[in-house]
Design a protein around this ligand. Sequence first.
Ligand SMILES: [Zn+2]
Ligand SMILES: [Zn+2]
Length: 528
Amino acid sequence: MKEQEIIGRGTWIDKLAYELAEREKELGRNLSILKVESGLGASGIPHIGSLGDAVRAYGVKLALENLGYKSELIAYSDDLDGLRKIPEGFPDWLKEHIAKPVSFIPDPFGCHDSYGLHMSSLLLDGLDKLGIKYKFQRGVDTYKNGLLKDQIHTILLNNKKIGEKIAEMVGQEKYQGALPYFPVCSNCGRLYTAEAYEYLPEEKKIKYRCHETTIGSKPLAGCGHDGIADITKDLGKLTWKVEFAARWQAFDVRFEAYGKDIMDSVKVNDWVADEILKFPHPHHVKYEMFLDKGGKKISKSLGNVVTSQAWLKYGTPKSILLLLYKRITGAREVGFEDIPALMDEYNELENIYFGKVKLENETKTVRAKGLYEYVNLLNPPKIMAAHVNYRLLVELCKIFREQRNEHVIKKIIEYGIIKESTPEIEHLVNLAGSYADDFDKPSKVEIQFDETTKKAIKELIVILSSENEPTELQNSIYQIAKTVGMQPKDFFKTLYQIILASDRGPKIGPLIIDIGRKKVVQSLAEYI
Ligand SMILES: [Zn+2]
Ligand SMILES: [Zn+2]
């Protein structure tokens, strides 16, 4: 990539924003503000990946501003959605509330006005802690205030055409009969059991019948109520197949990303926006979904969901932003064990940004600097922070359990890594300490060794396993490298990689003694 071909800060986010703006120009639309939207689920405990949608959309907003446009992020909470299933670990009494809008179900934790508000508050709290700015729009308010009434009207007038198109595009035949709108039954308060069968366009009212339906392959009985609902103010919502389109037009949205789980919905919504509402659909990008490591295992019980709140016990907000801005695809599985690598990767990016580390490739340098700027929400610090390798801190925190901060900080001063403690360093030690306490095993890093290196490692194991405390360990390691015919600095690097998953570290001899010879032998043995 040549200098003049670099867009914005050179990241995928800039490229996306550029494409978006170019498309808007081609469409000839008003460019005075380019709004981006992201949906916030309110049905379950939000996994850290649920933040991804909003965080990345915010990145696009920043990139648009960087290109000279005005922008805004709308964070839309789906809190009028009905509860489809009870999340694992939640109380059983929620059963009676299945299919009711999450905003009208009591908060099982007792701290908010409703189930839905509890869940969306967790998400918003996560966004706030990351420094993401957004305009919060609740689904409940959107419908109560009739913000989509014109779109609902147009969609219902065209329901035949839409029903046929849905069947043709994605094979779902349901809407050839039913209207694409779910009223909330005024008798039992349920959403999906109330089937809308007739629209009265003059009155803008809908006739519905509350009867049995299936939710997540389980039958759910209706209350038998025959009702009528006003689409301009009564509770009810468009089905997902058409709701995005209505929102896009009503809120003038120009960008929305989506996960592949809702690909079909987006396809239909694009068509509805373009052909029915005559509002060219927003620019999209498809992102990969984040999963828990080991799939179900981690989310099994309530306390184990990888939420941003739990993450921030061990890692900084920047480690989350790095996770989410690194790339749009890949990194499919995410867990707490990713924190040490992300913490250290951030330091590495900072080194590159401040020119302390040079990359061979110019494009990579631009991208790394750009990524660093986005992780700092395009407001990077003016001076570089003191860096302490996170894995080193975790190792030290495992050694010192009593008066931990004092001891760990004394050590890293002794190693010559920092000159004095700062509140930031204290905070880092606290994070690493929680990590050391809650997770025993640091994740093993993939390293390939040649035979010479293996030989050196074996010899070091012999020395470390001897009865007597080795004197001059630093020198012995140096001698081992010489004897097997490898550069001492390469051997040191290998040892840092094994012990700290880093290319660098404090003086290796004293570090091994501090960590404990037996523990180091165990780590070394795992690699040969
Ligand atoms: Zn609550
Ligand atoms: Zn009912």
